[in-house]
Design a protein around this ligand. Structure first.
Ligand code: 5GP
Length: 306
């Protein structure tokens, strides 16, 4: 959302009026971003998105490099005659695009959007709203500047973004300190009741079933960051969150040190992502997926204990 809205607002300054389309709805804690309310969510607006996509001259593809990452919407983007410009920082690009601005050493796509603007020599067009969107994406993707993807360049860009007058305290407050009470209670429940520590694998697992999603009225964004609690336990190198979503079982993987979360996701759960932060999915039933995960984990015992 940060990279898409940041780029959209920047393009507005050049006289272009793109539409931001997201494959699914987005977390409510981002709805303060300028023009977020103009975003068209593919799910539920398929016909409109189909027309917009077919009629577009250019499609900027932000924060994904494989069409499967945007679910069914990927087919429409793939079929569109528009020139596709991919701006992304994930490994292993699919190569669907016409032009790419890609760097897997960048902390975030927001960092790349800023670099893209800077390389065009158009930093003067950046305003507080654009900077706020880009700063947010950098903060969230770096875990508030603490993950290994955060470089000195990230800090320099963040500093430059601050100079556009953003209110970083308010941004932090909106993103991290504006949880609903039910979200906090849900996190409490997940940690106290659903966290399994698999000590012999230095792994922490949280599983959330559909009943629990319903009971705690979990909405998009409520599970954001939940997987990290597992990794905050001393000695844990691999943290996993498995959620029984409506069509698929969705998985989040986080790792520390030399254990490649993206490789694990790619090898076993149709996924990918970054070395320390990855995701995947499974089409087999929830309980079966959990069993499958525990079975597969056995292969990594040595590596996780190294
Ligand atoms: P999260 O666990 O926060 O959903 O995702 C962590 C990282 O893994 C993000 O960079 C995200 O783009 C990537 N990711 C999440 N799910 C998938 C997936 O199913 N496939 C791939 N290739 N990457 C994923």
């Amino acid at each position: 959302m940060g990279s898409s809205l940041g780029l959209k607002l920047f393009l507005n300054t050049l006289g272009f009026h793109p539409t931001v389309i997201t494959p699914t709805d987005f977390a409510g804690f981002l709805n303060w971003m300028k023009d977020s309310e103009k975003t068209v969510v593919f799910e539920g607006n398929e016909a409109r998105c189909k027309t917009l996509t077919a009629e577009a001259d250019f499609i900027f593809c932000l924060d994904f490099n494989h069409l499967s990452r945007i679910n069914e919407y990927g087919e429409f983007v793939g079929n569109s005659k528009a020139k596709k410009i991919m701006i992304d920082h994930h490994q292993f690009p699919q190569g669907f695009e016409d032009l790419s601005y890609w760097d897997d050493t960048a902390s975030s796509t927001c960092e790349l959007v800023y670099r893209f603007i800077a390389e065009l020599g158009l930093q003067a067009n950046v305003d507080k709203d654009i900077a706020s969107c880009l700063y947010t994406g950098i903060v969230t993707d770096t875990g508030s500047f603490r993950y290994s993807n955060c470089s000195s360049r990230t800090h320099i860009i963040a500093a430059e973004l601050m100079d556009f007058g953003i209110d970083h305290v308010a941004i932090h407050d909106q993103v991290f300190d504006s949880y609903t009470e039910k979200r906090v209670r849900f996190i409490g429940y997940a940690i106290s009741q659903k966290l399994e520590v698999l000590k012999e694998y230095k792994t922490a697992l949280i599983t959330i079933n559909r009943q629990e999603l319903k009971e705690y009225d979990v909405i998009t964004g409520d599970t954001e960051g939940l997987v990290n609690y597992g990794l905050s336990i001393e000695g844990i190198k691999f943290a996993v969150l498995i959620i029984d979503r409506s069509k698929i079982v969705k998985m989040s993987f986080r790792s520390k040190g030399k254990f490649a979360a993206n490789n694990f996701a790619l090898q076993h759960f149709n996924g990918g992502g970054h070395f320390h932060a990855a995701g995947g999915s499974s089409l087999v039933p929830f309980e079966e997926t959990i069993a499958q995960f525990k079975e597969v984990l056995k292969q990594y015992k040595e590596e996780l204990n190294a």
